[in-house]
Design a protein around this ligand. Structure first.
Ligand code: SF4
Length: 308
């Protein structure tokens, strides 16, 4: 998809299994947030197909060059909006400061015509308990809460409409490190208790490793490697995944060691030809600048590189 202020994402094909967490990682500008929001159709795709639980919710076939062939057929999103929710990165910006926590959490239930007013109020209290807050918090305003508590409110708001699938868009990156683990554990517990499916977007590989079953690594709008979390972290095959892992801070003799990835990320709207990673890749050869690598699958891991 392309548009003003929106990163381009292309040639991406993903499936997400019920009940799993798919981590989506990459440097900023790689298109992971765009992809997450496009799955929910918060950003309208320009072509391709989205199937949710067997139902096609967007369909605009592409030709062999990746260009849309015709006009999109798109399902009405309201029923899917209830099943598919998002938790935003910034709990400060995503909660309306003029609304009480109770009305923030209740809003989705009102939109979707769920329950009568009395039951909705009970449900608000239940949800507050579920996310580790309590009834007394219901009539307060967002500014009265800490960052971690606000993110709990954001989670309660997403859960209010009984979703099945949640895109967690960098849900802990605006929080203090000490609070991050509490929110991650809460998300994990909720997944187990409610049978939720997550797409978990983060630039922090440590966080993704902790939470995900499978990981998709994105670079300039393409998924360059995808596979089970253990495989990706123990034996990364794509040179970009290898570089990302090498750049991860690790504790060695009490000091943090960093190995930066060389070069800058190019513009996603006008990426380099061939393999987008070629200007930064230590293994690049002449064909990498002109030929787009095809995706090859081996032992459950899909890699987009001529030499992997
Ligand atoms: Fe590097 Fe070439 Fe592989 Fe791209 S296709 S990751 S440039 S070796």
């Amino acid at each position: 998809i392309k548009g003003p202020g929106v990163q381009a994402v292309q040639d991406v094909s993903l499936f997400i299994k019920k009940g799993e967490t798919l981590g989506l990682v990459g440097e900023s500008g790689c298109g992971k947030t765009t992809l997450g929001r496009t799955i929910l159709r918060l950003y309208e795709p320009t072509g391709g197909k989205i199937i949710y639980d067997g139902e096609t919710i967007y369909d605009n076939p592409l030709d062999k060059d990746g260009k849309p062939l015709g006009k999109a057929k798109a399902a009405k999103m309201l029923p899917y909006r209830r099943k598919m929710q998002i938790i935003f990165q910034d709990p400060y910006a995503s909660l309306d400061p003029r609304m009480t926590v109770s009305s923030i959490i209740e809003e989705g239930m009102v939109i979707h015509g769920m329950y009568d007013a009395k039951r909705r109020q009970e449900r608000v209290y239940e949800l507050l308990e579920l996310v580790g807050l309590n009834k007394e918090h219901a009539n307060r305003y967002p500014h009265e809460f800490s960052g971690g508590q606000r993110q709990r409110v954001g989670i309660a708001r997403a859960l209010a409409v009984d979703p099945e699938f949640i895109v967690c868009d960098e849900p802990v990156s605006a929080l203090d490190v000490s609070v991050q683990a509490q929110i991650l554990n809460l998300l994990k517990d909720l997944q187990r208790a409610l049978g939720l499916t997550y797409v978990f977007i983060s630039h922090d590989l440590g966080v993704v490793r902790h939470l995900s079953d499978r990981v998709a690594v994105m670079y300039l709008g393409r998924v360059v490697e995808i596979g089970p979390v253990a495989e990706i972290f123990s034996a990364p095959r794509h040179p970009y995944t290898q570089a990302l892992l090498a750049a991860m801070p690790r504790v060695q003799t009490g000091r943090q060691q960093f190995a930066a990835i060389r070069g800058e990320v190019a513009s996603p709207v006008n990426p380099p030809g061939g393999c987008h990673f070629h200007p930064r890749c230590p293994r690049a050869e002449a064909r990498c600048a002109v030929e787009t690598p095809v995706v090859a699958e081996r032992e459950g891991v899909r890699v987009m590189c001529h030499f992997s």
